[in-house]
Design a protein around this ligand. Structure first.
Ligand code: NAD
Length: 382
């Protein structure tokens, strides 16, 4: 840990700091227990006495808003709190418009800040609003779900969904600070924790076989809330920070973070972005499909594919299209949804395939016939 001396008071011994190196837009991810109660001091250290509007959702507000309000105290004047409905449906144009207008009504000006206090849904829509409000105001991410702590709060992607697909409208807007209090995860429903864990595993599968080996040994401790949990969050954030620092706008390496997402987003669209299939569950199936297909194409060993799939299963995550409650899509539907993916270039979707655990790469010349054949079998449960 190498914190500013002035920040030491706001940190405890188990605090971890991961820097995201983006030149003048660099920022820190501060990870540890009890940080929410110290978030006012942390924000003050980085942004000064900024006026803050909090954007959150009903579940997070019910469990943790009082602690955040207490922490802001007089250090960072509180302009007001906007509480959204929980769930993916909130990431819509109409909600974005209403959020922006309510932030303006709270008097948020160019030099003020928006605090995105919640899971990835709140982070994505509040981040989007912060990026366009008065042509951009400061954003502080205080992620409260595991998924948001290891992925969505870091890297500056914001977005909303449209009937055409997920996250097709959005901006890049880096936060000025990310505060990940590991204690707030205690109130996160277990299914949501599990779904977030899929993103943790992703970092091992895409580029760090040693991390994956460690996860195989540490999964139970991570789920139980032991010290391995903070370690897993830190390692995930370091992996994401390194990729973002190298390729902020996803012109190359950042695409690897989409391992499992081309299939996963299509499955989420099929399930109507509903509780039938959470994002993390969809990408768990997506990553299993990427490993199985890579194995069929002779790129990756069957042993590695089986290990990856076994780990998702052991964590209680789905790995088969047939496991989607309410029914699996047909292969044709799935392929049409895949064609809507934002990674499509000149009509060809880019896929993240694997040469083994920790060896993901971007495949721009996918054999669509083989993929169609593969998906036909997977969608019919074979
Ligand atoms: P979410 O925001 O819907 O949160 C999941 C549920 O947990 C919600 O009901 C929420 O109210 C509740 N919750 C969150 N924190 C809680 C807490 N501490 N205690 C009790 N309940 C809590 O979903 P998510 O899984 O956090 O995020 C998924 C979203 O993130 C998707 O929209 C996805 O597209 C997006 N995402 C964005 C990026 C990015 O780079 N911007 C990356 C990955 C995912």
């Amino acid at each position: 840990m190498d914190a500013d001396p002035g920040m030491q008071d706001a940190l405890s011994a188990d605090t971890r700091i991961v820097p995201v190196g983006l030149g003048a837009r660099s920022y820190d991810i501060v990870i540890g227990g009890g940080l929410l109660a110290r978030s006012g001091a942390l924000i003050f250290e980085r942004l000064g006495a900024v006026k803050c509007a909090i954007v959150t959702d009903e579940n997070v507000a019910g469990a943790h808003l009082d602690t955040l309000l207490g922490a802001l105290g007089d250090t960072c004047p509180h302009a007001g709190t906007i509480t959204l409905k929980p769930g993916e449906a909130t990431k819509s144009f109409s909600e974005l418009a209403s959020l922006c207008e309510r932030l303006l009504e709270l008097g948020i000006e160019r030099g003020d800040a928006v605090i995105a206090f919640g899971g990835g849904v709140v982070g994505d829509i509040a981040g989007f609003a912060a990026s366009i409000l008065r042509r951009g105001v400061a954003l502080v991410q205080i992620p409260t779900s595991l998924l948001a702590q290891v992925d969505s709060s870091v890297g500056g992607k914001t977005g909303i969904n449209t009937p055409q697909g997920k996250n097709l409208i959005g901006t890049f807007h880096q936060p000025r600070l990310v505060i990940s209090d590991t204690d707030v995860l205690m109130s996160l429903p277990e299914r949501q924790f599990r779904a977030g864990y899929a993103e943790v595993v992703k970092y091992g599968l895409l580029g760090d076989v040693e991390f994956f080996n460690w996860l195989e040994k540490s999964r139970a401790e991570i789920f139980a809330g032991g010290p391995a949990r903070g370690q897993a969050i830190e390692t995930s954030c370091r992996a994401k920070a390194a990729i973002v620092a190298e390729d902020e706008r996803e012109s190359g390496k950042r695409a690897l973070l989409n391992l499992g997402h081309t299939f996963g987003h299509a499955l989420e669209a099929h399930a109507g972005y509903s509780d039938r299939l959470l994002h993390g569950e969809a990408i768990s199936i997506g990553m299993a499909l990427a490993f199985e297909f890579s194995n069929e194409m002779g790129l990756c060993s069957g042993q590695d594919a089986q290990r990856a799939i076994a780990h998702f299963k052991a964590a209680g995550l789905p790995v088969e299209i047939g496991r989607i409650p309410g029914g699996a899509p047909g292969a044709g539907v799935l392929l049409a949804l895949i064609a809507q993916d934002k990674k499509v270039q000149a009509g060809r979707p880019a896929f993240i395939l694997v040469r083994g655990i920790g060896e993901a790469y971007v495949e721009h010349r996918m054999d669509m016939e083989k993929l169609q054949d593969f998906l036909k079998r997977k969608c019919s449960g074979k």
